[in-house]
Design a protein around this ligand. Structure first.
Ligand code: NAP
Length: 302
């Protein structure tokens, strides 16, 4: 039996692994896709300390994984299908096998929220995207729309302005949630148009996206824009399906946990974007991973 199983290989999970191993605990980490999580799909990370010029998200992610693996972290690239967290022995089921541990650290992160439009799913990957860093280069010389008003939307608009002919960023209010520095940069970028007080009403296209209709939330008037791409950046949803009904969730579906990362169940911790917290950043996720591992070590009497 292991001391701990980590679910999720983003900055929280990888840092938890690093700290568990340094505490002499036996652990394994499950990751269903690639290490780094959202950080791995971020072009440049400019607010992780220690990198005055910024660092590429994929590079930072690879470094984190390499560092944890150099200590012997057992990373298993399998999707966890089911967990049993209530008992003293925690059970994790993946790839047709069961793995047991005394503790579990939940680091599954969050995923982009869809707009909920008819045809959004059908046109996903055919003009509708949730990752500007992943897909932006496909829109060289094209016209794109970004939906959202947070840091992600602003960063996406700035990133896309390097490739696209024109970027229209559509925000439902008259003031951005995004940091002032990003808004200033958008305002100074010639090929970014900011459209306040509008939402995406509908999208249209046959084999690929052709048109995005915007509705003015104040007047109700609707206008259509020809667009090759729609980048949706309207916030995140925590990936808690696996643990729903087992650990306590808070409003918005995040796992209820405090700064000590302890959840409603003994020896079950939640670290990073998946838990209730005021700020969701790479640096906070990494910090959470360290705290969760330390709490697990403490609670296990290690
Ligand atoms: P966010 O901060 O929650 O922003 C979501 C945006 O989408 C808000 O402007 C919101 O409008 C809008 N929105 C939500 N639902 C909508 C809908 N149905 N239709 C239209 N608009 C909708 O999400 P995020 O930008 O993905 O960022 C997530 C977290 O990561 C945040 O804590 C953010 O600060 C952090 N982050 C930080 C950085 C950085 O520091 N460089 C970069 C990226 C992300 P309202 O403003 O009206 O609510």
């Amino acid at each position: 039996m292991l001391d701990s199983i980590i679910i999720g290989g983003g900055p929280a999970g990888l840092t938890a692994g690093l700290y568990l191993l340094r505490a002499g605990l036996r652990c394994a980490l499950f990751e269903r896709q690639f290490c780094g999580g959202q950080a791995a799909t971020t072009n440049v990370i400019e607010n992780y300390p220690g990198f005055p010029q910024g660092i590429g998200g994929p590079e930072l992610s690879m470094n984190m994984a390499e560092q944890a693996q150099s200590l012997g972290l057992d990373i298993r690239y399998d999707e966890v299908e089911r967990v049993e967290l209530a008992g003293e022995t925690k059970r994790v089921f993946a790839a047709g096998q069961e793995l047991a541990a005394h503790s579990v650290i939940l680091c599954m992160g969050a995923t982009p929220r869809p707009l909920g439009l008819a045809d959004e799913e059908r046109l996903r990957g055919r003009g509708v995207s949730y990752c500007a860093t992943c897909d932006g280069a496909l829109y060289r010389g094209r016209d794109v729309v970004v939906a959202g008003g947070g840091n992600t939307a602003a960063e996406d608009a700035l990133y896309l302005s390097r490739f696209a002919r024109r970027v229209v960023i559509v925000h439902r209010r008259d003031a951005f949630r995004a940091a002032r520095a990003l808004v200033d940069r958008m305002e100074k970028t010639a090929n970014i148009d900011i459209v306040y007080d509008h939402v995406v009403e509908s999208i249209a296209g046959g084999q690929k996206l052709e048109e995005v209709a915007l509705r003015n939330v104040k007047t109700g008037s609707v206008r259509a824009l020809a667009a090759d791409g729609l980048f949706v950046a309207v916030g995140m949803e925590p990936k808690t399906e696996l643990v729903r009904g087992q650990v306590e969730l808070a409003d918005g579906g995040y796992i209820r946990a405090g700064e000590d990362t302890r959840t409603s169940l003994p020896l079950v911790y939640a670290a990073g974007d998946i838990r209730t917290k005021p700020l969701r950043q790479v640096v906070c996720a990494a910090a959470d991973g360290a705290v969760a591992a330390s709490m697990a070590a403490l609670d296990l009497g290690a």
